[in-house]
Design a protein around this ligand. Structure first.
Ligand code: MG
Length: 342
């Protein structure tokens, strides 16, 4: 029953920021009761959950729905996104992805040749990541009941030592595997038909190979993929959960010139929009340089950089040392400013 005072779901409830966090906290976590099958469960709100088997091994399970608009855009499409997004959620948990599912929800009247293009892209990305799609589901909704196509993928991985997004410790260095804002700004540029010197492309890519390199190269304490809400949302979540503070240096954060250009033009911060081929890694100070060097040997990590450190100065907060020498808080956005981004 609807009345004027009843709260309803808004787009920001799905935008990966503070508003979504409140929805999950007030509704999902208070309703679902049995939340753990291993060390990391629903309450931790990590990129996936762990399952401890009696045999002694640990699995990681994750799921992600994809509703990006438009379905095809520079640098990717919904099919590649559905594979990479889920592979990356497993990879940032420290897992080796083993298999994916593919659940398609299709609108009546959708072109089968377009569907073939999407499926072909999923297959290509699955080969690139070396993670097979082994089961799935297909549903069709009446015309107008859904906008074209939505894809849910779940992913299963195996892990020796799960890496949570809350594990960072004071003294750790904070590393980003490459430039930020590419996915969100590429989508905005394409959607808005903005002409700018450089055409932007989404950064979407499967990161499992790159992050395996990272795990081998040094003592990684936490990892997270800065998707919806961008670097700002992800860093705040990591600071909040760990109870430590993060300080980053604005000038060391890699941002492409074209990304800053579009960002300025439309008034959206590159720190607050989604990335689909980047990871934040915290690592023991001693192995930070080795980690960056290892990442840079892989094309997906060639612009990797140390951008800050973990400390006890402002627990739960992210402080940015600005290029002009000031300091300000980098706040988590209420939600990603770009809707239907992933
Ligand atoms: Mg994630």
């Amino acid at each position: 029953m609807n009345n004027d005072t009843e709260e309803t779901i808004q787009l920001t409830h799905g935008a990966g920021g503070q508003v979504m966090d409140r929805l999950i906290g007030d509704h999902v976590l208070t309703t679902f009761t049995k939340k753990q099958a291993g060390e990391i469960g629903l309450d931790q709100l990590d990129d996936g959950a762990t399952i401890d088997l009696e045999s002694g091994s640990t699995l990681v399970l994750t799921t992600d729905s994809h509703i990006v608009k438009p379905l095809f855009f520079p640098g990717g499409d919904i099919g590649r996104l559905a594979v990479c997004g889920t592979v990356n959620d497993l990879a940032v948990m420290g897992a080796n992805p083993v298999a994916l599912t593919s659940s398609l929800i299709i609108e009546e009247g959708f072109s089968t040749s377009t569907l073939d293009r999407v499926l072909g892209s999923m297959e290509k990305s699955s080969k690139e990541a070396n993670v097979p799609i082994i089961t799935g589901d297909t549903k069709v909704m009446a015309r107008g009941d859904i906008d074209g196509l939505a894809i849910n993928t779940a992913g299963l991985g195996v892990v020796e030592k799960p890496i949570s997004d809350a594990g960072m410790e004071p003294g750790d260095k904070l590393v980003i595997t490459g430039s930020i804002g590419d996915h969100g700004m590429a989508l905005m540029q394409y959607r808005e038909g903005l002409t700018f010197k450089t055409k932007l492309h989404s950064d979407m890519a499967p990161l499992n190979g790159l992050l395996e390199l990272a795990r081998e190269s040094g003592e990684v304490t936490a990892m997270k993929d800065p998707t919806r809400g961008g670097l700002a949302a992800a860093l705040n979540e990591m600071a909040n959960k760990s109870g430590y503070g993060i300080t980053i240096d604005e000038e060391s954060v890699p941002i492409r010139e074209a990304v800053s250009g579009v960002a300025e033009l439309i008034g959206i911060s590159p720190y607050e929009v989604a990335n689909e081929g980047k990871a934040i890694i915290t690592v023991k100070k001693e192995s930070a340089a080795d980690l960056v060097n290892a990442l840079r040997t892989n094309p997906l990590g060639k612009n990797a950089a140390i951008i800050g450190e973990v400390n006890e100065n402002r627990p739960g907060k992210v402080v940015m040392r600005t290029e002009v020498g000031g300091r300000r808080f980098l706040e988590a956005p209420l939600g990603d400013p770009v809707p239907r981004i992933c």
